[in-house]
Design a protein around this ligand. Structure first.
Ligand code: SF4
Length: 414
């Protein structure tokens, strides 16, 4: 493993050289931010919380306000879009919107027809908006399928694998498993040839069942799977994973990556990302990534409050960080929000934490400092390096990807 000196030596010299060559980044680049507004572009993802409400009650859910049935208004969406259009410095040609956190399908279908139209009208043709849903998949029906098709909405479905794993955590408010309902709806998606990917939350229960996990997705033709570990954040203040489980996670990953590289029937986001990081280095993994620079990701809650950096900060309570709210679309433009002291304070602390990563971590060149929310929720500050999260989702992923890519002769070795 990269983190283990003895095993560093097992990585081929060629590969190690490739990794090391990605480690350098110029000081001048670091000093650009955040005072140069243009350097914050583009917004890579706009997350809109249409409602905090969710119809189910997963045991590991981090959302603190998921019984709240308030809804975002069409007016707020138009103002949000106009604020963004008034800040072309932070926009690219495409603005990807994800409707997420609570469950987007607890809103009426007609809401999205109106919302998508209002947002489109407010762009004045200056940017193309694409839409996606991250859904628990329990409420899908023909009306949603028509909406998804009508607006070319991309779909991510939360599904934790086979029933005996999924139903441990993804349950209704009455405590019943949701697997059967979701699989019925996935069948409908497949019959209608609607593409989707899956986000699966990996808990301790998943780790001992790599073959059952892989077989499930393979059998149902679910080709694109992203792995999110159970994290300590917001409402979920403990996890079945800890520093002690990272080796178990590594073994789990080696097995599923190995099978993926052999038969290709299931593709994992983590394997693809690690492979790209290894291949393309700093072109792929930037110190100023989506979550570590202002407005790489913008999150707007149902009241028009704006958050940035890690999306999970939306809804967190903190005296030191003004509840992480950078501004509100009704009062503040994005240029002002960039210069508010709260934005600067969070940004500077995130960068200090990344400095610690750079000076202490052998994985830095392939990670560039991790995710701020995990640092904050695990340690109460952004100014730290290692987390339980990065032990699993960075270090174990990189180690497992390197191991399996070498095993399958998919990296250059001497
Ligand atoms: S976040 Fe973790 S893995 Fe990434 S550079 Fe920092 S200490 Fe290393």
């Amino acid at each position: 493993m990269i983190g283990d000196k003895a095993e560093v030596l097992t990585i081929s010299t060629t590969l190690k050289t490739v990794i090391d060559s990605f480690a350098l980044e110029s000081e001048s680049a670091r000093n650009i931010l955040p005072n140069n507004f243009k350097a914050t572009r583009p917004v890579e993802l706009l997350i809109i919380q249409p409602t905090p409400f969710c119809n189910i009650n997963c045991r590991y859910c981090y959302l603190p306000d998921r019984t709240n049935k308030e809804r975002i208004s069409i007016e707020t969406l138009a103002v949000l879009t106009e604020r963004l259009i008034a800040a072309p410095e932070i926009l690219g040609e495409i603005l990807p919107v994800s409707w997420h956190a609570g469950e987007p399908m607890t809103m009426p279908v007609a809401f999205y027809d109106a919302a998508i139209q209002a947002m489109h009208n407010s762009t004045y043709g200056k940017v193309k908006i694409t839409h996606s849903f991250q859904t628990n998949g329990t409420l899908l029906n023909d009306n949603w399928l028509e909406l998804i098709t009508r607006h070319k909405i991309r779909l991510g479905v939360s599904l934790d694998g086979p029933e005996f794993i999924h139903d441990l955590n993804r349950i209704t408010r009455g405590g019943k498993g949701t697997h059967a309902t979701i699989m019925k709806n996935i069948k409908i998606l497949n019959e209608n040839r609607i593409p989707f990917n899956v986000i699966t939350v990996v808990t301790h229960a998943t780790l001992c069942k790599p073959d059952e996990f892989y077989d499930f997705f393979s059998e149902y033709g679910i080709k694109r799977v992203a792995l999110n570990i159970e994290e300590i954040e917001l409402h979920n203040n403990e996890s079945s994973l800890s520093y002690q489980t990272s080796k178990l996670y590594y073994n789990f990953l080696c097995r599923i990556f190995s099978r993926s590289l052999k038969d290709g029937s299931v593709q994992f986001r983590e394997l693809n990302s690690a492979r790209s990081a290894i291949t393309f280095g700093e072109d792929f993994v930037s110190r100023y990534g989506q979550q570590t620079r202002p407005f790489g990701i913008v999150t707007c809650d149902y009241q028009g409050n704006i958050f940035s950096f890690s999306p999970e900060l939306a809804g967190a309570k903190s005296e030191a960080y003004s509840d992480f709210i950078l501004g509100n679309v009704y009062n503040d433009d994005f240029k002002s929000m960039l210069n508010f002291s709260i934005t600067q304070k969070i940004f500077q602390e995130i960068q200090s934490g990344i400095d610690r990563c750079e000076s202490t971590c052998e994985y830095y060149s392939l990670c560039r400092g991790g995710t701020p929310a995990n640092k904050y929720f695990e340690h109460g500050t952004f100014d730290v390096a290692e987390t339980i999260y990065c032990n699993h989702s960075r270090k174990a992923v990189i180690d497992a990807a390197l191991h399996e890519l070498e095993q399958h002769h998919l990296v250059i070795t001497q």
